[in-house]
Design a protein around this ligand. Structure first.
Ligand code: NAP
Length: 295
């Protein structure tokens, strides 16, 4: 039976460490602040945003949500971001995705000042992260996966990491982090058009799956001893539960965990690490803003 990679517990430890750094910054008059812009009434987005701002406040940071109506114009949204860009008490800005179809989400993400872009989606941050510049804000999910591998003492040097999925927010930044000097992994990146996916996943020492399809990875697709990181979050009906649904990953957890050496659960694996890295990025933004003012 695989060892469980417990993102909730790791996050608890990391948040305790960060609370001390927040206290130190507050002692010099800086309260790290995150502003989340929420457009419309998508219940899943609303729940994500609430958990992000709650996590900020639990750490002694300031977390605020700016709610805009579903039919907000792009000019109004730009003006909101302009205000946050110039507010010295706001260190991190995040526009919750997905946005309604009439809003040009790329232009909106590019409107956030790169030094406040704690989601790491601005092309400047993507480029800085790609070249390994420490000023980069790395997107929270890949950053959380790297932190989990490091803290769980899972070696990456020379190991074969196979990533399923090629998204810009998870898989591509993770690929560049894994092959960077330090982690030094050997990499295979797969996607929808990869023939014989199982051929690749069976070679993985570390398998990371970020697709959004329940049971995409079954026990016959992995080799014994593999480390499995399941990023997928799929909502499936669960009439017995109070909410009427439950979250599952992309991996057939019950059977794959009989073969793997370590595996993340869903929920409680990558998810909490993602929010923890958002807090870490906000703290980094506050620290950098404070240093820039001091020099
Ligand atoms: P995305 O942008 O929809 O990308 C999914 C990727 O999967 C695409 O690159 C797609 O390939 C690939 N794909 C689809 N079917 C495939 C198949 N049969 N074989 C191999 N690859 C296939 O998704 P995302 O934003 O990366 O998110 C992926 C999942 O992770 C979702 O369930 C999401 O909810 C979850 N997620 C979780 C967290 C967290 O904190 N836990 C954070 C972010 C995302 P093509 O490019 O060829 O279409």
């Amino acid at each position: 039976m695989a060892r469980l990679l417990d993102g909730t517990e790791l996050s608890r430890v990391m948040r305790e460490e960060m609370a001390q750094e927040v206290a130190a910054l507050r002692a010099v008059g800086v309260t790290p602040g995150l502003s989340v812009v929420l457009v419309g009434n998508n219940p899943a987005s609303r729940a994500y945003v609430a958990s992000k701002t709650r996590a900020c406040e639990a750490l002694g940071m300031k977390g605020q949500t700016l709610e805009l109506p579903e039919d907000v114009s792009k000019e109004e949204l730009f003006a909101t971001i302009d205000r946050l860009n110039t507010d010295p008490e706001v260190h991190g800005i995040l526009v919750q995705l997905p946005l309604p179809a009439h809003l040009p989400y790329k232009a909106i993400l590019e409107h956030i000042r790169p030094e406040k872009d704690v989601d790491g989606f601005h092309p400047l941050n993507a480029g800085l992260a790609f070249v390994g510049d420490p000023r980069a804000f790395v997107p929270c999910t890949p950053a959380g996966i790297m932190e989990m591998l490091r803290r769980e003492n899972i070696p990456t040097r020379g190991r074969h990491a196979v990533i399923v999925g090629r998204s810009l927010i998870v898989s591509k930044p993770l690929a560049s982090l894994l092959v960077a000097p330090g982690p030094d992994a050997t990499l295979t990146l797969t996607h929808r058009h990869t023939p014989d996916l199982a051929h690749h996943t069976r070679q993985a020492d570390i398998l990371i799956v970020a697709v959004g399809k329940q049971n995409l990875i079954t026990a016959d697709m992995v080799k014994p001893g593999v480390v499995v990181i399941d990023v997928g979050q799929n909502r499936v009906p669960d009439p017995g539960s109070a909410r009427g649904y439950k979250m599952v990953g992309d991996v057939d957890f019950d059977n794959v965990s009989q073969v793997a050496s370590a595996i993340t659960p869903v929920p409680g694996g990558v998810g909490p690490m993602t929010i923890t890295m958002l807090l870490a990025n906000t703290l980094q933004a506050a620290r950098q803003a404070h240093q820039a003012r001091a020099t």
